[in-house]
Design a protein around this ligand. Sequence first.
Ligand code: ZN
Length: 339
Amino acid sequence: MDTKMNTRFQKLFFQRRDAEAAEKRRVSFSSLRASAVFAPLRFIGCALLISATAHAKLNVVVTTPDLAAIAKEVGGELVDITTLARPTEDPHFIDPRPSFIVKLNKADVLIEGGAELEIGWLPKLIEGTRNPKIQSGQPGRILANEGIAMKEVPTALDRAKGDLHAAGNPHFMMDPANARLVAQHLADAFGKLDAKSAGIFSANLKKFTDALDVKSAEWKKTLAPFKGREVVAYHNSWLYFAERFGLKIELFLEPKPGIPPSPAHLAEVIGKMKEMNARVVIVDPYLNRKIAETVARGTGAAVVDVAQFPGGVKGTEGGYIALMDYLVNTLAKALGEKK
Ligand SMILES: [Zn+2]
């Protein structure tokens, strides 16, 4: 691993350490308060809890918040979902917390993106679990990219050069048509694991896909006036989105996925942006916004905050449809203003 990537890991580590310290403080305060006030009720609470879980919910662990949002739509009240990555974290570089092993040991189902999105952190965790249900090839192990037409699958392995997309571009969830396929896949898989509830999973699926279909037509209409417009991205997470909506997102601040931008590469990007009149730079919450701002300053472009995960930017907490609503409307606004 090169030093630049190490620095990125360190940065992620310190941010997370601070966040975790804050979380611990919150937890210890609330447990003190709980033991003082609710101790007499604890016994009754336990009894209620046992009766509520008589029809056991599927215990679902999901690697990323986008897949978790779809699992929630399909699973509804019949699944308990734990998401490993936070919406503001880089899915390629999750720093495994000890709690992950505990969660994976209890899981009935593990949903991962596949296409090596999580290759840097998930395989080691699975090795560390003793849970047979989520091992490779088991019904409880779900690869979301199964049945998805993967794009940019390289003919020669390029991982040695640091390319994070060595098995094709893993950010397929940015196309709502792929989110639809994933929802169907999850409804099938949940139905096999909990056959008694298969009808409920199908009904949940229909409700979600009906809403998604209506929205997809609306999103297409909103972005139609901007067909062919160039948008610059920091990382190549936007290929599927661009192709679905007729935008061109082909120029990146990273020279390769996962390789930090060099001054020489950025100078080249600025030159190309001027040539192609690219007026919008999009940046995910875990990437270096300052670099995007510098590039934008050099070209008169606008920096637009985007996220691949619900909750990654404000206003997208409601789920996958809320996220796509935000992305489509924010981009349409920026492209309309920056002609
Ligand atoms: Zn990527």
